[in-house]
Ligand binder design. Structure first.
Ligand code: SAM
Ligand code: SF4
Length: 377
């Protein structure tokens, strides 16, 4: 089916990392329903229901697998979405495009002063099922202890807190900041504020924290949080990732099995990236809980992916690994006067072209031009 469309041609505003600033609907993009609603579907039958919103590309830590020590060249403020623009695009995603779950990320989302305002505006929206959007946040936890209650009151449902080690010296080396206690306080405060289940994200790196997998597991479960080990992906400084040396999900499971009895969790996985395991500490502490392993590289779950991404400068991405030229700048369309229906069409058209997989293991794979912190992990 082909439809007549008028291409929107726009002038880039501020620095752009490379998204398209013009939009032409793919010839086979399904038409909107008469009420203007669409789904974020693609040519392989996947439908995006989960939106990752990056609220800033800035950060107060410098995790070695994510950023260089000196940080990155931050986007200028005028290139990023202001609160009204951010809330408008979130509203389009929920009310016109079938998004049901939103995760706020960054950079460090807690650095966005208006975080509570954006969350409460999101919580006022009604999904296509007639309910409220599920809201979550991925954070390094710096300052969360002070803000957890306010965030819960604003409508945040749950958090993932990044913590790769419980060794203070190693934490300082890994994040280049001596702030382990803030991360631990964040976990406790989040549980206390009911932002549950609190999930801890840990990236495992060869020769760095691979020896401390079971310590982190025992600590996290003992604290009442769930743990997710993540395979390191080629998204940070280029010299920090080597496919032949990376710690795989299988390595992580083998290490866990040295001290835990592990059974695959009964609940169906659906589109969740983590394969979940029920674990019992076999060293006699009686600890039991759940651990997830996210094998993004060695066992990609692209076939079940239900995500769309919005960067802090308003580009829609159909994949963590997509190239800059497959992004569309909704910011530029919006600033040139696009209507909500035009924004929804441009968003749907970008998702329609999503590739079947990330292709990390393909010959010719290219790391995305945007760093992880500017995409929103
Ligand atoms: N600053 C927040 C944080 O650290 O939680 C949110 C943004 S951070 C980019 C989101 C998640 O991506 C974190 O859990 C982090 O550990 C993970 N991450 C960053 N770089 C990664 C990489 N190269 N491979 C795998 N995960 C990575
Ligand atoms: Fe910052 Fe998160 Fe990247 Fe660490 S992983 S540098 S906390 S954005």
């Amino acid at each position: 089916m082909t439809r007549e469309t008028t291409p929107l041609t726009l002038t880039p505003v501020g620095r752009t990392v490379g998204p398209k600033t013009t939009y032409d609907a793919p010839a086979d993009l399904p038409a909107a329903r008469p009420d203007g609603r669409r789904l974020l579907s693609d040519r392989y039958g996947r439908v995006a229901r989960d939106l990752r919103v990056s609220l800033t590309d800035r950060c107060n830590l410098r995790c070695t697998y994510c950023m260089p020590a000196e940080g990155l060249e931050w986007l200028p403020t005028e290139a990023t979405l202001d609160d009204d623009e951010m809330i408008r695009l979130i509203t389009v995603a929920v009310e016109k495009l079938g998004i049901r779950q939103i995760r706020f990320t960054g950079g460090e989302p807690l650095l966005r002063k208006s975080l509570e305002k954006i969350i409460s505006a999101t919580k006022e929206l009604t999904t296509d099922e007639g309910g409220r959007v599920t809201t979550a946040m991925t954070t390094n936890g710096m300052g969360l202890a002070r803000r957890a209650r306010k965030l819960a009151d604003a409508g945040l449902d749950r958090v993932n807190i990044s913590l790769d080690t419980i060794d203070a010296e190693l934490y300082a080396r890994l994040t280049r900041r001596d702030r382990l206690q803030d991360a631990i306080a964040a976990i406790d405060a989040a549980i206390e504020a009911g932002l549950t289940p609190v999930k801890v994200n840990a990236v495992v790196m060869p020769g760095i924290n691979e020896h401390a997998i079971t310590d982190l597991a025992r600590f996290t479960i003992g604290r009442g949080a769930q743990l997710r080990f993540i395979e390191q992906m080629p998204l940070g400084p280029r010299d920090k990732w080597d496919r032949s040396r990376m710690i795989t999900a299988q390595d992580i499971l083998d290490e866990l099995a040295t001290e835990f009895d592990m059974t695959p969790a009964a609940a169906p996985r659906g589109s969740a990236p983590a394969a979940l395991w029920d674990v019992v500490d076999a060293t006699g502490t009686g600890l039991r809980g759940q651990i997830g392993v996210i094998a993004s590289v060695s066992h990609p779950f692209c076939g079940n992916c239900d995500r769309s991404r919005l960067t802090t400068d308003g580009a829609v991405r159909n994949c963590l690994f997509s190239s800059a030229d497959s992004e569309t700048s909704l910011r530029d369309l919006m600033r040139a006067g696009a209507t909500d229906d035009e924004l929804a069409e441009a968003w749907a058209g970008t998702m329609w072209l999503k590739k079947p997989g990330h292709g990390i293991d393909d010959e010719g794979f290219l790391q995305p031009d945007r760093p992880m912190s500017a995409i929103g992990g």
